[in-house]
Design a protein. Sequence first.
Length: 449
Amino acid sequence: MESALETLRRDFDGDIIEPDGEEYESARRTVLAAGSPAQVLRPGSVADVRAAVGFAVATGRAVAVRGGGHGFAGFGTNDGGVVIDLGRLADVRVVDKERHLVRIGGGATWGQVADALAPHGLAISSGDTRSVGVGGLTLTGGIGWKVRKYGLALDAVVGAEVVTADGRVVRASEDENPELFWGMRGAGANFGIVTSFEFLLHPFEGQVTHGTVTHPIDRAEELAERFHELVEEGPDELWTSFAMGVGRDGRAPVASVSVLHSGSPADAERDLAALRALDDPLDDSVEAKPYLASQRLMDAPMEWGQRFSMKSSFLASLPTALVRDWADQVSRVPDGAEGGFSVWAWGRAIAAVSEEDTAFTGRDAAFWAGAEIAWDDGALDDACRSWARAAVDSAAPHASAGRYVNDVTEVGGDVARMIYGDAKYGRLAALKREWDPDNVFRLNQNITP
């Protein structure tokens, strides 16, 4: 062990943070989990990543790879192992202006990406929270505000630089290691550490129409009808979601529809007229704004240390009976907690990519739906987690195949097989045997070799 640590200190030029270090308390945490790793390593180069992986393998310690640290399952930390924090590998560089090809470091966040791309008039379909990491979101999906026009974040990836378990640096693309490239897009955390991605982006003027229309919960069914109309009749440029929820401060439950329209203001006014024509909303924040301003609505960091549970599902339909059932469940969120449901429109560009083209599973769904609940008092643990389980159970009759990996908090057993299905799981297991036969990268929704 001492020899491996000496080798690391010789070969590693990044930060080595250990339990007696002053940065350790913050470095051991992710947004929703606090571990006790033996070392947190912050590489500043690809060579550092190789040295970090070599150290973990030599010591036999578990490896947690951290991007933005938002993973719901807490895979970005561990107890007694090594955390490789990629936050210093965050360069964003336009490498081909004509093709709109951009190279993004594996530790960048989507906020850093948006800020860097705005002066170039470029954008990418990415997440809705600036502090979320590019790597974590992309390798298992990448839902964002432009998915119906441009697809998932992983659909824009054309290449990736990967450090493997045996310390090699390889490229994955359609032309180089194409089978690995297939698996990286949907199950990528299993096969190595991506130190940089290459994305093909789209030109964008930077102006959107964005906001939320909110009504009392007793108008949920009527609002859901408007949501359905937007999903079915709206243009590809329109992202929309339907939600119901209640805060922990005693406020009455509400229902809402959120939109982001990336077309012209005139087109947005026309396409959103029926939604905004509903009388007496509690709030209507829909307005034209710069795209960066819409992203900065989520600038505030999530509260660390709160208790949290999430369950999600892909849905084949959103029937009125399910809306009615969820509205009732919102009224039964335990006192002292805040929780609710959200449903995002799926389809269009997501479904235009064949289910077999990437490891990602769930392209044929009509909607993504999630139930979230947060609380502080440990006495509420059982009641709140039971609420979340009941929420997703009620959606089961309307579910479609697959799960969105970024939302899956269950671990072990047949969780990965449940996510990907037998056929894809078998193909991914063969890839795992080739690229990580000793399962070095196992702190994820794990494909066992």
